[in-house]
Design a protein around this ligand. Structure first.
Ligand code: HEM
Length: 153
């Protein structure tokens, strides 16, 4: 009974997400195009390109598949992605908080060129901003540094 309730609940969440994406013209094909176009631009970017390529050289095809399932899982609430984004970024050399606004600017510029409409652009932009903020906090800010006891000393 309990399990059936949970399954019905996740099915309802998935259905709502699918309907929301359909209403703004987003489907799996668009997610594929977005990921392909964005990472081609990342690779060509003077600062982002080397950071990504140093880590992903020889593993780009797997990364692209992973990013497609990541965005698909976020958009359609499908459970298609089961990775750990914070851990994945911990080992990336030359990662810095300053790179995030550059990543977001490139992502937004890509959406300007290829998003099917303004609503789709707004959905991907705000979702990426939220995830980028949470990644930045997890990767670079240690809450202990805000401890008032530390500030006094
Ligand atoms: C400057 C910003 C960023 C840099 C330099 C960066 C770099 C990377 C690199 C090098 C990897 C591959 C890690 C590996 O497989 O060894 C990776 C994975 C990933 N990135 Fe980022 N990233 C950035 C921002 C973001 C943002 C904003 C998002 C989400 C909107 C994101 C989502 C992911 C995900 C889901 C993975 C796959 C994690 C896994 O292995 O399951 N990244 N990133």
């Amino acid at each position: 009974m309990e399990l059936q309730g949970k399954a019905a609940h996740s099915a309802a969440i998935r259905e709502r997400a699918e309907a929301e994406m359909k209403a703004i013209g987003v489907d799996e094909a668009f997610i594929g195009t977005l990921v392909d176009t964005f990472y081609a631009r990342v690779l060509a970017h003077p600062e982002l390109g080397p950071v990504f390529d140093a880590r992903l050289s020889g593993r780009w095809p797997e990364h692209m598949e992973k990013m497609k399932s990541f965005w698909s899982a976020v958009a359609f609430r499908s459970g298609a992605y089961g990775g750990k984004p914070v851990q994945a970024h911990l080992g990336v050399a030359n990662m810095s908080p300053e790179l995030f606004p550059k990543w977001l600017a490139l992502f937004t510029a890509t959406l300007d060129d290829i998003a099917p409409n303004q609503e789709a652009k707004a959905w991907f932009t705000s979702t990426a901003e939220r995830i980028a903020r949470s990644l930045t906090l997890s990767l670079f800010y240690n809450p202990a540094l805000d401890d008032p006891a530390l500030k006094r000393s």
